[in-house]
Design a protein. Structure first.
Length: 158
């Protein structure tokens, strides 16, 4: 058994990586969920408009609504694989959050027994899983926008 020295800088670096990846994965899942609902709502809404107001709308407008409806419906089928991964995104994100929480606890308690090697191995293992769950551009943007509002990262700056 080796003696470990409390390594605050390593803990904070791994925690920051974990926090941003957690938030990016969750926001990607949120985006996929929202986009699937949007892509299904648009054809329904346009169908209601077309059926209810067909006598008041120009035929060209009705055709445009039909084309947009077909396009958004096709996006659901094109992105079907992404939508099936939403639960996996959230589960993987929660594993990053668990790691983040353990790192924060170790940092706040100045836990000299905390196994930083195990934490590094854990994040490396989780990072390998993210190959199957890439963070989308929207997920990255949303995570950067909301991370400070939704997570307490102040301890990382101590």
């Amino acid at each position: 058994m080796s003696i470990q020295i409390f390594d605050a800088s390593s803990i904070k670096k791994i925690a920051e990586d974990s926090a941003y990846t957690f938030k990016g994965l969750h926001k990607t899942a949120d985006w996929f969920d929202l986009s699937s609902k949007l892509y299904l709502t648009i054809p329904i809404l346009f169908s209601i408009i077309s059926l209810g107001f067909d006598s008041h709308l120009h035929p060209v407008i009705l055709k445009i609504l039909a084309v947009i409806s077909m396009f958004t419906t096709s996006l659901v089928f094109i992105n079907q694989n992404k939508y099936q991964l939403i639960d996996g995104y959230r589960k993987l994100a929660n594993q990053y959050k668990e790691l983040y929480d353990s790192l924060e606890l170790a940092f706040n308690n100045k836990d000299s027994d905390y196994d930083i090697i195990k934490a590094k191995d854990c994040i490396a293992h989780l990072d390998q899983k993210t190959v199957k769950y890439p963070i989308s551009k929207i997920g990255r943007i949303w995570s950067k926008k909301f991370i400070t509002k939704e997570m307490n990262l102040s301890w990382l700056n101590q």
